[in-house]
Design a protein around this ligand. Sequence first.
Ligand SMILES: [Zn+2]
Length: 331
Amino acid sequence: MWRGRPRSGPPRASRRSLAAAPFGYEADHLTVCEDEAAIYRQVVVRFLAGESVRSLTVWLNETQVPTVTGGTWHTSTVRNILKSPRYAGLITHRGQVVGPGVWEAIISENDHRRLLSRFELAKTSGRRAPQRYLLSALLKCGKCGNGLYSSVRHDTRRGTVSRRYVCMAGPDHGGCGKLTVVADPLERLIADAVLFRLDTPELADHLAGRSNADERIKELAQVVERAQAQLDELSLAYGNGEIIMREWQLARQAPESRLARAQRQIAAASGNSALSGLVGSGSELAKAWSGLNLSRQVAIVRALVEHVVIAPVTRRSREFDPSRVSVVWRN
Ligand SMILES: [Zn+2]
């Protein structure tokens, strides 16, 4: 609930150490502080565009925007200001909006509703934000072992935006804060490695090895192999005009269902249903990769990758250095 102080309150420079006015407002809690309001609006726009609270927190700290207490931004602070009805000029009482406040609004009521519904959506879909990074939660810092976080760097001088993964220090994250890797080339490298691995005999062996006790896996792998060979032959026959479309379709049904069943059983046996239907399909997926939606790409990568360790930079270069990357495959 809003507690106002007279406009003749302490000057702005010192209000930080006193009862802090909300971010975006002068010490009187009523007047909009234009500099902070502009930052607030930018945070809102970027959040509504799908950027994560975490990434926005990194950005606020990197651009050295002070918090109302002068400390660093935490994800909880950013989440709170994004959810607060006060920025739409609304007054709340015991958590309920009870009417318009007497202060100036920084965003519209509609934007406030959109903010709330995005948080709501994130809650029901079980994720904090729409996934925008292929390798979220899969990367580890080679210096301190902490997880890396996705982050967007806005270079205002050059007018460029680059996606990165960073090790974050501070109470929210606990990393060393000293490691950064550019997202695009890393994501391409990992995707290529994953798609390549899907087609390797090692993966099939590896899958079989997961349930060594069960000889059945090996049999199933043979069923998959035979069914795939049969399907290939049929395609070839159709391509050569030896059979007509109808025959091809009919002949495909049996090996296709055998294949699907065996793949499901292999996946279940290896305890990883995400792999179902993926094994052996790397080259097809590679062709379709850029057209797949991100959640599908993420599912494929996670089916195979346990985590990826990013080593610190060893040579001074602007180029991405693939030797920094070590993939730990699931087993
Ligand atoms: Zn670190």
